[in-house]
Design a protein around this ligand. Sequence first.
Ligand code: AP5
Ligand code: ZN
Length: 216
Amino acid sequence: MRLVLVGPPGAGKGTQAEFIAAHLSVPKISTGDIFRANVSQGTPLGVEAKRYMDAGKLVPDEVTINMVRDRLAEPDAAEGFLLDGFPRTTPQAAALDKLLADLGTALDIVLELVVDDDEVIRRLSGRRTCRGCGKIWHVEFDPTSREGICDRCGAELFQRDDDKPETIAARLREYAEKTAPLVDYYGAQGKLVGIDATGPVEDVTVRAIDALRSYG
Ligand code: AP5
Ligand code: ZN
């Protein structure tokens, strides 16, 4: 299955992507994770991306599209994939359609995680990520048993640089302006399925998997 997860910052895309990708046995491809890995390794791509990420802005389309094209050319993505955080603009969506059409294939479904801004702010301000295994936690909604330490691998947790209040506000503005139009783009293709992404993580996963099943 070729699937895209779309939704505002903090909607739970990364959290759900892990479960859904495992359920479907497809690789999870997160552009945010790829950019953050490049930032921490200090690559030229990371240096360029960091300027935008720290400001809560989207990285330019050309840079992002080229990066995804390379990643989708890897053998593990040949039979299917889950894209988390891409596409995020109409030109990115059009480039993805073209890339897949050139390979003789197409997206199957776009799953939209629907949550309001107040919930997004609560989720992002309490998010913590594991430095070791990358697992996403939340100080209130999904706490670890020892503060600041990952229950899964024992490594320390960190707070993302772009989860500061002023950056969160900029990311929400960027989402409303540039990413929200994708709902119409994929709606017109008949590929969009929206699910309520509030409530416990496990309930959202069940809704997501039910939506995929009923879609085919
Ligand atoms: P990216 O990493 O994609 O960030 P984002 O879209 O802003 O999404 P987040 O990762 O912040 O949130 P999420 O929806 O994954 O939520 P999570 O599961 O963590 O992108 C970062 C930056 O990279 C962008 O700003 C941009 O600069 C650049 N970039 C990336 N892709 C790009 C592209 N295509 N084009 C251009 N630039 C790009 O959950 C959030 C918190 O809530 C966690 O603490 C979690 O534990 C908690 N939580 C999750 N589900 C629930 C629940 N059901 N109930 C309670 N808490 C929950
Ligand atoms: Zn860990």
